[in-house]
Design a protein around this ligand. Structure first.
Ligand code: ATP
Length: 396
């Protein structure tokens, strides 16, 4: 197994007019599962293809283990790739599909190949499919065979490029768990590319968030979620996305206020909290973006139900999800979302009240860099304490 390192790697196309990857430095530890995540076009596939040897970097060095691999052919790199497109050979059965690469690239005996194919089929729980042809398999089974083909080669590293995007939502979730389990069991260093932040959050030991060819942040999923380095990461990681509103920092009557600049619907008094008059991360005159995660917004039908400061708004839409409801409401010219209890389902157009604890607040400066992240020791508990929910029900 191996560590993989990218050192100031860039890739441009069309004589430099397209910058696909911009000065990317990353270290993936031995046996680590790293997820590269970002919106379409951010450069994640190009990064993976450079590690695989399918593209040459324009600048920078790539190493696998102790070997600098720039210029080496893909087959000289001892990595196995799994793509979205399974590309199984239709005329071969599952046994032949899994063993084919081994027959080509090694001088193992037939018996040794058979043994390895059967071990891998057991690991993937597809032992009973070995004699079947790909066309008689479901999408999920085909994806397992594609995985088997990668695993059987016992490579230094696995590179996954959106391998689950052809599967339906339920199967995708199942395969996510499966891939994580197998990766952990085999301890093979893995890089997994996806545009799906939920996939990234649930699968990665660490996630690397990219935008516009550049690395935005790398860290453990919960850390990235709780402490995003900038507004882009804050908005990209988390579903529904973080609520934001642009505001100006104002000093009035000896208090520091965050006042929305896109309408008069939002004023947040930074001093009207338990840590009143504490040092603020912002100063009067600063233009900032204020953020609150949907699960930290507290909504009440009655203003009197609030202990802390709150604001009045109008319900736009309620989306029932079964386990909870998503409630959309207006803040200035923005639509905010709150994750509320399933019993709270006010009619569209109803007037309601919203608030959130000071500890739930994110503040970003004018460049979008985080100047304050939420600071909830135990998010659910903190919400209940701040808003006096003795019955333990949040947001009703
Ligand atoms: P997606 O999730 O849509 O695959 P991605 O994050 O993987 O997106 P890349 O495929 O790495 O993004 O592409 C990054 C940028 O480089 C895009 O603007 C893309 O159009 C451009 N690009 C990628 N390959 C080439 C190429 N061979 N020639 C020209 N431009 C390219």
């Amino acid at each position: 197994m191996a560590q993989i390192a990218l050192n100031h790697v860039s890739k441009t196309f069309n004589n430099g007019s397209i910058v696909a990857v911009n000065d990317l430095s990353l270290e993936i530890e031995d046996e680590e599962f790293l997820v590269l995540v970002g919106p379409s076009g951010c450069g994640k596939s190009t990064t993976l293809r450079m590690i695989a040897g399918l593209e040459d970097p324009t600048d920078g060095d790539i190493s696998i283990g102790t070997t600098r691999v720039n210029g080496l052919e893909p087959r000289e790199r001892d990595i196995a790739m799994v793509f979205q497109n399974y590309a199984l050979y239709p005329h071969m059965n599952v046994r032949e599909n899994i063993g084919f690469g081994l027959r080509l690239s090694t001088d193992l005996s037939d018996a040794d190949i058979e043994e390895r194919v059967e071990d891998v089929a057991d690991l993937l729980e597809i032992g009973e499919l070995l004699e079947k042809k790909p066309k008689s398999l479901s999408g999920g089974q085909q994806q397992r065979v594609a995985l088997g083909r990668a695993i059987v080669r016992d490579p230094e590293a696995f590179l996954f490029d959106e391998p689950l995007s052809n599967l339906d939502a339920k199967l995708r979730k199942q395969m996510r768990t499966e891939i994580s389990r197998i990766q952990e069991q085999l301890g093979v260093t893995s890089i997994y590319v996806t545009h799906d932040q939920e996939e990234a959050m649930t699968m990665g030991d660490r996630i690397a968030v990219m935008n516009d060819g550049a690395l935005q942040q790398i860290g453990e999923p919960n850390d990235v979620y709780n402490h995003p380095t900038n507004l882009f990461v804050a908005g990209f990681i988390g579903s529904p996305s973080m609520n934001t509103v642009e505001a100006e920092v104002v000093r009035r009557d000896g208090r520091t206020l965050l006042e929305s600049v896109t309408g008069d619907a939002f004023t947040y008094d930074l001093d009207a909290t338990a840590d009143a008059n504490a040092d603020h991360p912002v100063e009067a005159g600063d233009r900032v973006t204020v953020g609150v995660r949907p699960e930290d917004v507290v909504l009440r039908a009655e203003a009197a139900a609030f202990e802390g400061q709150h604001h009045t708004t109008t319900v736009d839409v309620v989306e029932p999800l079964g386990s909870d409801n998503l409630l959309y409401f207006n803040v200035g010219s923005r639509t905010w979302t709150a994750r509320v209890s399933p019993g709270f389902e006010p009619e569209s157009g109803t007037s309601v009240h919203f608030g959130f604890p000071r500890e739930a607040l994110y503040i970003f400066d004018e460049e979008g860099t985080t100047v304050e992240s939420r600071n909830l020791a135990d998010p659910a508990e903190a919400r209940q304490v701040t808003h006096g929910d003795g019955d333990g029900v949040v947001n009703t």
